[in-house]
Design a protein around this ligand. Sequence first.
Ligand SMILES: NC(=O)c1ccc[n+]([C@@H]2O[C@H](COP(=O)([O-])OP(=O)(O)OC[C@H]3O[C@@H](n4cnc5c(N)ncnc54)[C@H](OP(=O)(O)O)[C@@H]3O)[C@@H](O)[C@H]2O)c1
Length: 269
Amino acid sequence: MKKTVLITGATKNTGLAIARKFASEGWNVAVTSRDRAAAEETAQALAAEFGVDALGLAMDPAEVPSIRAAFAALKDRFGRLDAFVSNAANLGVGFSVLNSEESDWDAVMNANARGSFFGAQEAQRLMKDGGSIVFISSCHAKKAVPGRALYTISKAAIGGMTRSLAVELGCLGIRVNAILAGAVRTDRWDGLSDEEVEKRRSRWPVGQESTPEQIAAAVAFLCSDAAGTISGAEIPIDSGIGVCLLAYNKNWIQNDPYNVKYWEKKMVK
Ligand SMILES: NC(=O)c1ccc[n+]([C@@H]2O[C@H](COP(=O)([O-])OP(=O)(O)OC[C@H]3O[C@@H](n4cnc5c(N)ncnc54)[C@H](OP(=O)(O)O)[C@@H]3O)[C@@H](O)[C@H]2O)c1
C-alpha cells in the first residue's frame, strides 16, 4: 500500500522541497497553505511531475478548526496517514520582550506551537499502522538573538512537544522527532548581494547554508524504516552554528592570540 504524508506550509521553500522528496519516493502527498489555490496548484504540479496522488489543502496552522478541517479532507481522500511534517511557521521577526503585544504572542505561538500540537493530534488519529511525526524547528530553540523572543519561545516549545509526544505515542508505533534547522537557503536570499551571502557564511563553522533539499533528505530519513529506533530527538542541521559559544570567527586560527603559536607550529611542514 502506498504511504501518505501531509506537509504544512508546503507551496515553497523548505516545505515544497520536502513534498517533492516524498513525491519522488512515490508517496501520496498532501500539502497545505493558507491559500487554497496555491496548495491545489502545488498538488497538481507534484502529481504531474511525479505521477503520485497529491492533494492541496487550505489550512491556517494558527486556527484549530482549520487544522481539523484539513485533516478531515485528508481522511476523505486517503483514509490514513503515515507521516506528518509540521513545517509552516510564523518567523516572528522583530518581536522582542520590549515591544511584543498580546496579539503578537498569539500569532507566533498559535501558528508554531499550537498549530504543531493540534496538527500532531489529528495526525496520530489517522496513523493506523504507526507512523512518523517531524517538527521543523530551529537552532533558535536552543539559543537566543535579540528581536526573536517569541519565535525562540515557540520553537523551544517544540522541544517539549517532541519529547512528550514521543513518550505518549510510542505505544502506537508513532515516532516523533524535530529538526533544528540553521540557515536554509530560501527565496528570501534571492535579493542578497554576493558580499552579504559571504558575510552570512563566514558566521558558521561549515561556511555554507543548508539547502531545502538537505532538510528534506533528513525528514525522509526520519520517516523511513532506517530511522526506526529514533524518537524524541532534536537533530541539528545548522552548519555548526548551534555549538558555537561565541560569535563564530572563521579567521580564528590567524587571530586568536591563545592559539596562533600552537597552530603555526602544527602547520609548518
Ligand atoms: N529558512 C531558514 O533559514 C530557517 C532556519 C531555521 C528554521 N527554519 C524553519 O523551517 C521551516 C520552513 O522555513 P522556510 O524558511 O522554508 O519557510 P517559509 O517559506 O518562510 O514559511 C513556510 C510556510 O509557513 C507559512 N507561514 C508563513 N508565515 C505564516 C504565519 N504568519 N502564520 C501561519 N503560517 C505562516 C507559509 O505558508 P502559506 O503562506 O502557504 O500558508 C509559508 O509558505 C519553518 O518552520 C522555519 O521556522 C527555517
